[in-house]
Design a protein around this ligand. Structure first.
Ligand code: KG4
Length: 336
């Protein structure tokens, strides 16, 4: 029997809904962002984010259903992000999904946001085979996983402090480039010299697959302050050199993971994987070692409900049980 999944995502500052037919065909995907609201604060303000989710959730779900040409009666499963994320934001989508499930008797299932990023690549036509090394780089996470199959993921490395996206956002704030920082930095970096500053790369212990970006961020801040006092900040050169430092570490550690586990398929996910320099550098490196590289289109790298529907579909198929009505949201990932 074909199965229609309604995906709902509200873990941070994007309200999103999607309808997926089995794990094959995405019938609709709507994302309503809040960048204009948070931009003036240089980052997401949790209280404002939850309020905006409350306003958006019902119209966004309605729009996703109507764009897919279906009604709630056609839906077989509701998949919703349960965590990690901002508790207030998560609660809006999770409570909405629970209520929908309660009044319609459609089963609902809680999905770990990270599982969504890990499986987002299956929204594309060209899909990888298991096992693969997955680098998830977003505003809240920088982690390396081995994906053994659709429901088994092994955490093999993670950031010990800032996530890569968080570093992009903080550096953009220092350079007064606006929010979200990643796209702003990568845009201005096009006109910069990536060799202008040799910012530190934190490799940690030999063979470690963990990450650390807080030292890099501090180094950028110190450099900025030196130039600021002279009133001439070379923002493009700082951005390009910072981006190069982040990309060097992400690519080197991902290749190290591929070597350590003898896995020759690499998949990228999360908002930072939309970064063109990261994609290009990873592509060249994979070509050099004969590895296969996959990355989703930018719209499936950043937060979206289509990937939540995909991960929810597989979780439900595997466990065949719905979530309970007293289940709660969580702020830290359950995947390691
Ligand atoms: O996955 P995502 O939408 O949300 C989280 O779950 O965090 O990722 C958002 C993060 C932000 O930190 C944003 O600055 C970063 O992804 N980002 C980028 C780019 N586009 C988004 N970072 C670097 N380059 C980009 N092109």
């Amino acid at each position: 029997m074909p199965m229609l999944t309604l995906g709902i995502e509200s873990s941070c500052d994007d309200t999103s809904a999607a309808v997926l037919l089995d794990d094959k065909r995405l019938l609709s995907s709507i994302v309503s962002g809040q960048d204009t609201i948070h931009a003036k604060y240089g980052g997401v303000v949790p209280e404002l984010a939850s309020r905006k989710h409350l306003e958006a959730i019902h119209p966004i779900v309605d729009e996703a259903l109507s764009l897919a040409g279906v009604t709630l009666n056609d839906i077989d499963l509701i998949a919703v992000t349960q965590g990690p994320g901002l508790i207030g934001s998560l609660l809006v989508g999770f409570s909405y999904a629970k209520s929908l499930s309660y009044v319609t008797n459609i089963p609902y299932i809680g999905v770990d946001h990270m599982a969504g990023h890990l499986l987002a690549i299956y929204l594309e036509e060209q899909t990888p085979s298991f096992p693969y090394i997955s680098l998830i780089v977003s505003g809240g996470t920088t982690s390396l996983f081995i994906c053994h199959d659709f429901t088994h993921y092994q955490l093999i490395g993670r950031t010990r402090d800032d996530a890569a996206g968080e570093a992009f956002d903080k550096v953009a704030k220092i350079l007064e480039l606006g929010y979200p920082g990643g796209p702003a930095i990568s845009e201005i970096a096009k006109n910069g010299n990536q060799e202008a500053f040799s910012f530190p790369r934190s490799w940690l212990e030999p063979q470690s697959l963990d990450f650390s970006f807080s030292g890099l961020k501090t180094s950028v801040l110190n450099t900025f302050q030196q130039f600021k006092s002279r009133d001439a900040v070379p923002a493009a050169d700082i951005s390009a050199s910072f981006q190069k430092a982040v990309v060097d570490v992400l690519v080197t550690k991902t290749l190290l993971a591929a070597e350590q586990f003898s896995i020759k398929t690499i998949v990228l996910g999360g908002g930072v994987s939309a970064n063109v320099t990261l994609r290009e550098t990873m592509k060249e490196s994979c070509l050099r070692i004969g590895a296969e590289l996959h990355y989703p289109q930018p719209k499936f790298c950043t937060d979206n409900a289509a990937m939540i529907a995909m991960a929810g579909y597989h979780k439900f198929r595997h466990h065949s049980t719905a979530a309970a009505y007293d289940d709660d949201v969580y702020s830290r990932s359950t995947l390691g």
